[in-house]
Design a protein around this ligand. Structure first.
Ligand code: NAD
Ligand code: USQ
Length: 382
């Protein structure tokens, strides 16, 4: 099957491209490389030194004999989209290619506008291209668990059945996103659902939780294939940041009380979920929603787990409660469903002390590359 990985130079996309290539899919990558540019603008860098996209795919070819074609360009540019659609003729499009940081979208007006324009336009262009080239192409779109917010009831997978004034309907689950970035994902969801309804497209929205970890069976085989690992305040995410902070002896930055509960998954499960979604396409006219996570933790629980793993390995790890730069609930009910992907065969890698120890060791290996000035939060929601 020909699978196009949009955003294939990024954290989730690169790991997925190699995983599917190894599994025998014919993979092509589309990426504007804008993320590398944003890192430069922010003065931030991944913990790991990542090779150029050309070098990466050439090395993959040398090691495995498998080719991955690369199209460099911006999916907001429709003629570019038409050109790769015509050349590659994908059967599935895995769409990771968005601005994905909540703090980035909250820096100022320009960053909020850029995030929403880029994300919404890119997705709309892919929808129009699928309509133009082949309505059977399955769009697998990365959404986020943060679209739901933290309601005081259980979170369902995309839809909820509601009884109101004696009538009943299955409706899109209410959305309460917590940043201009998370809002962009909600806008995408509405656009995709509408396109499926009016044009009969088939799409899967994967509402993914926070991803952690770095190595997969493919990115771990060679230094040139190593994946990015973000630890900075803008693109770094909770658990990955805590491991890098522990590795350099920086107190772990729990925002506020740390009672914020989120859903999480190992990057090895991200790639498997993508395979499952591609192998089981949505029906014609259907926008299917899967909650893509394996476990739920509060931020403080995560920090305490990193502290314990570090201390068991002979490190000294402090946990700090930093003034919360975000506007978010720090104490709330949280229970999200995640059965659809398991029913289709996902066997989760659960967070264990041995995984944390190996992530800490990985961070220690690269700790001389850490820029301490990138750790404390400066972007605020107010
Ligand atoms: P990333 O920033 O590492 O990768 C995104 C890639 O998309 C980058 O290489 C970037 O250059 C590319 N890109 C962005 N806009 C583009 C455009 N207009 N045209 C072409 N390429 C473009 O992000 P990631 O962590 O790999 O996240 C991938 C997707 O998964 C995002 O949609 C994100 O919202 C979602 N997601 C990520 C996480 C996480 O914890 N990392 C969790 C849930 C959901
Ligand atoms: N947090 C801390 N300390 C830190 C960093 C974060 O306490 O040093 C807290 C935040 O306040 C928040 C929680 O941890 O309550 C998660 O923050 P995060 O930065 O790890 O993740 P988030 O901003 O939600 O965004 C990340 C990805 C995004 C994806 C989302 C999935 O960057 O692309 O959509 O996770 S979810 O959270 O399910 O919406």
């Amino acid at each position: 099957m020909r699978v196009l990985v949009v955003g294939g130079d990024g954290y989730c996309g690169w790991a997925t491209a190699l995983y599917l290539s190894e599994k025998g899919y014919d993979v092509a990558i589309v990426d504007s490389l804008i993320r590398r540019h944003w890192d430069l603008q922010l003065g931030a860098d991944t913990l790991t030194p990542i090779a150029s996209i050309g070098h990466r795919v050439a090395r993959w070819h040398e090691l495995t004999g498998k080719k991955i074609e690369v199209f460099v360009g911006d999916i907001c540019d429709y003629p570019f989209v038409q050109s790769f659609m015509g050349k590659f003729e994908p059967e599935a499009i895995l769409h990771f290619g968005e601005q994905r940081s909540a703090p980035f979208s909250m820096i100022d007006r320009e960053h909020a506008v850029m995030t929403q324009v880029t994300n919404v336009t890119g997705t709309l262009n892919l929808l129009f291209a699928i309509r133009e080239f082949n309505k059977d192409i399955h769009l697998v779109k990365l959404g986020t668990m943060g679209e739901y917010g933290q309601p005081n009831i259980d979170i369902e997978e995309g839809y909820i059945t509601i009884r109101h004034n004696g009538r009943e309907d299955r409706l899109p689950y209410p959305m309460q996103p917590g940043s201009f970035y998370h809002l962009s994902k909600v806008h995408d969801t509405h656009n995709i659902r509408f396109a499926c309804k009016i044009w009969g497209l088939r799409a899967t929205d994967l509402n993914q939780g926070v991803v952690y970890g770095v190595l997969t069976d493919q990115t771990g085989i060679d230094e040139v294939l190593v994946n990015r690992l973000d630890y900075d305040e803008v693109f770094g995410t909770a658990l990955n940041r805590f491991c890098v902070q522990a590795a350099i002896g920086h107190p772990l930055t729990v925002y506020g009380s740390g009672g914020q509960t989120r859903s999480f998954l190992d990057i090895r499960d991200t790639v498997r979920c993508m395979e499952i979604a591609v192998a089981n396409p949505a029906a014609e006219g259907e926008l299917r929603v899967f909650n893509q996570f394996t476990e739920q933790f509060s931020v403080l629980d995560l920090a305490m787990m990193v502290k314990k793993a570090g201390e068991d390995a002979g490190m000294q790890v402090e946990v700090d409660h930093v003034k919360n730069p975000r506007v978010e609930k720090e104490s709330h009910y949280y229970n999200a469903k995640n059965t659809h992907l398991r029913d289709l065969g996902l066997v989760p890698h659960c967070l264990s002390e041995s995984l944390l120890t190996s992530l800490l060791q990985f961070a220690i290996r690269y700790k001389d590359r850490v820029d301490k000035a990138q750790i404390m939060p400066t972007v605020t929601w107010k």
